[in-house]
Design a protein. Sequence first.
Length: 561
Amino acid sequence: MNKILTALILVVFSGCSQVVQDIPVSVIPAPVSINVSDGKTFELTEKITIGYSDPSLQTVAERLSEDIREQTGIALDFNSKSSRMILFELAESVSCLDASFQTYGVSPKDGNPADERYSLQIMPKMIRIVATAPEGIYRGASTLRQLIGCPATGAPVLLPTVEICDAPRFAWRGLSLDVARTFFKVEEVKKVIDMLALYKMNLLHIHLSDNEAWRLEIKKYPKLTETGAFLHNNGRAGGFFTQEDFAEIVRYAAERFITVLPEIDMPGHSAAAFASYPELKKAKPIERFKNNPMVTGAPAYDADDAFTMQFVEDVLTELAHITPGAFLHIGGDETFGMPEEKYVQFIDKLRPILFNLNKKMVGWQETSRASVGKGDVLQYWVGSAIANMFNDDSPIVHMVDPERLDLLKTAFSETPHDPARALAKGTKLTVSVSDFLYLDSPYAESSNDAEQETMRTRVGQRGYPPLSVEKAVDWDPSILPNINPMNDITGIEGAIWCETITNFSELQFLLLPRLPGVAEKGWAQAVKVDWDNYRSRLAAQAPFWRKTGWNFYQSSLVDWK
């Protein structure tokens, strides 16, 4: 089979053109392989039906029908006997993949990573998607949606005849969304899920609590949302998810084969909880850092206090009951000033609580310093830029109170040892390294739209080095220190923190166009991304984003369609 790079380079990327020779084969993330048949097309009309070989595929068929209707205006009916149709088929294997093919890592649903494999064949009279599980059928349908693009109203919808064979490189491909600093409504979170689904990502990690706010209803502790969701937060509106809201987000994501991973950050980043329940005992009071908006200290939970640990167990119990996934995220980062023994004590008391709830633990990389082990997942986030941020020659040092500088240096001096420490204990890592995967980094390059320059200078964490669209895909998890992708990591996860974001449009502005790059690094097989090839595929996404109403940064590095 022809390799994807060869095939895509030979095809003209034309966005939404309906000229036969310019029909786009422009897919992100890049499939394992693709063969294009020259000059032949499949025309999508309302005479086409959707058929499926197994009742378990009905929901996927209905989802694709609705997506195509919204995308093209064409309403497709269901009929498995038609001679012209889109056919979903389950099989024992995806025969076009070599038997030795392997997806690395751990699935966030704690299932079989092979469930995402699929083949897609577009013929002049039929489209056929084959997979071993409904999840793979859905991934193939996502590829089909990209091939359909955004045809002009009334124009024929012509698809190239192709054969695509596909599977992910890594099983864990996600985005961490911070709703604590800036709250996003359920419908806005659904739009983020839509982005993830289009690019075959399978995890939404929701950061539900922090110093600024508590965003999830806990019925046993109503003040967490009565008070903690409406603290003074630089003038931003308060808000929270009821448990019914959270269930709706979980349901919507599951329909798109995306697992929701909720995070309640502890023992630090807990000022909102202490504001709601002052009777919680503090391990050590830490004042907020006055001059550095990036690094905020807060009191931490005290593992020696019975009421505090009962509170923690109650919160996690309610969270576990409304979270069908196998994992819960407990935070565990940036407990500046907390004695190491107190921190380790807290994490060590927390793990058995999760096990008793039949949940596995995910924590930020600092939790490697406690008694973590096999089955736990740690999120490796401290890249070189953050690790060196408080060195004497760093330009950000002047932003930190001098009396706090030594504390920060001490805290970050340990971070280079966290990955090896975790791996030695049998714990796998999710790569979220800030150098490439923190999507709240400012854009390094200018915009093709001069009106976007004002927002570029305002939105994005100024303490991070600027991150271009090209640099965001110019790296590979396997080259990070002490990491073997075959054995050590679950996959990769982007993160978007919202200290500088005040509304959903600004969130989209930072997510796009770098989010598809996260998907590319997580799914595509190529260790080294061909930038010219990738930016051509990226450029072809713009018409769909415009039609959908997604705000995106028009990077000057890309010739947008």
